[in-house]
Design a protein around this ligand. Structure first.
Ligand SMILES: [Zn+2]
Length: 325
């Protein structure tokens, strides 16, 4: 079967399409035929050797966001089920796992980063990572859940999002931003976005601002900054007294300075968030089953066209890049 594999860290030139052996069915594991994969900053950075995590094994199959079909019966999922992969590897035994925080497991990490991932035809994975998707959720939305929607939902929960609050989302047109906007609107927040793309207004954003164009006087209960250092100063300056700044990414860099006095005199909380828990995922699926979500898809590529997909991903694009397998 075909697999996109990185042969050594750092650089798209190390990415090859290889013919590899199909995995064999193991007890307690599920064989999944991959149908669609999402291409995110995670995959992009991993292929370019810029990921903040350590990657193994090599050669390495990237891909941490997939939709597929189950090929063998398990205890909870059955052959033919349409599923996504909960992309956190976890031991299930440590105190964090036992308190429902598998995303922080001491012995865990990201599927597709610390293990091979899903930019291939079939994968074998523990059944506890396989999640059946309700019929009412279309493929393009379903494939966007494991990273885009789940990261957004967990971040909103960590920032104590609730009805009536205001939220400002940096990168509102991004893979996570577009879901943060829609989920926040459903939760009853007033949603504002920082984006050059005016179409984000079709996704629940009341008003968009350009980066340097946010009125100085405007502040928000929650500010979402997944873009990293370049926007840090601006994002913290727009957090209301008693509000929160939530971060789950470092797209423009990972270091910054901080005026500690601003932090305590205004009682601002800085909240770190990573991925989501399995419980978050179950809650999110219930929300998504009964509310209509949309996702802008810029272009779909075949797995064979993975290098074209990466080049296209680097251009100014409107929406998601998906890989059909
Ligand atoms: Zn654990």
């Amino acid at each position: 079967m075909l697999a996109a594999r990185i042969h050594s860290p750092g650089g798209i030139e190390n990415l090859k399409l290889d013919n590899i052996e199909e995995p064999e069915i193991n007890d307690g594991e599920i064989l999944v035929k991959i149908k669609l994969a999402g291409f995110n900053p995670l995959e992009y950075n991993l292929i370019n050797g810029k990921v903040v995590y350590s990657v193994k094994p090599f050669p390495h199959i990237p891909g941490s966001e997939v939709l597929g079909e189950v090929l063998n019966d398990g205890r909870m999922v059955k052959k033919g089920d349409r599923v996504i992969i909960y992309n956190r590897i976890f031991d299930g035994n440590c105190d964090l796992c036992l308190s429902g925080r598998e995303n922080l497991c001491y012995n865990g990490g990201l599927w597709g980063v610390i293990t091979n991932g899903g930019l291939t035809e079939k994968i074998l994975i523990s059944e506890r990572n396989v999640v059946k998707i309700p019929e009412s959720i279309p493929d393009d939305i379903a494939v966007s859940i494991p990273i885009g929607a789940l990261t957004a939902y967990h971040a909103l929960r960590k920032a104590n999002a609730s009805a009536g609050k205001s939220i400002l989302i940096y990168g509102a047109s991004g893979n996570t931003g577009i879901f943060a906007a829609q989920i926040a609107r459903i939760m009853g927040l007033r949603v504002y976005g920082v984006s050059r793309k005016t179409w984000v207004k079709d996704y629940g954003v009341l008003k968009t601002f350009l980066m340097d164009d946010i009125p100085e006087t405007m502040s928000f209960d929650i500010v979402v900054n997944s873009l990293g250092s370049r926007f840090w100063e601006s994002s913290i300056s727009h957090v209301k007294q008693g509000g929160s700044l939530v971060s789950f990414g470092v797209l423009t860099g990972r270091e910054t300075t901080l005026d500690i006095a601003t932090l305590y005199t205004r009682e601002i909380q800085i909240v770190g968030s990573t991925g989501g828990t399995r419980n978050d995922l179950m809650e999110l699926l219930k929300i998504m089953e009964t509310n209509q979500f949309r996702v802008p898809v810029a272009k779909k590529f075949k797995l064979e066209e993975i290098k074209d997909a990466i080049s296209y991903y680097e251009t100014v694009r409107d929406g998601r890049v998906l890989i059909e397998i």
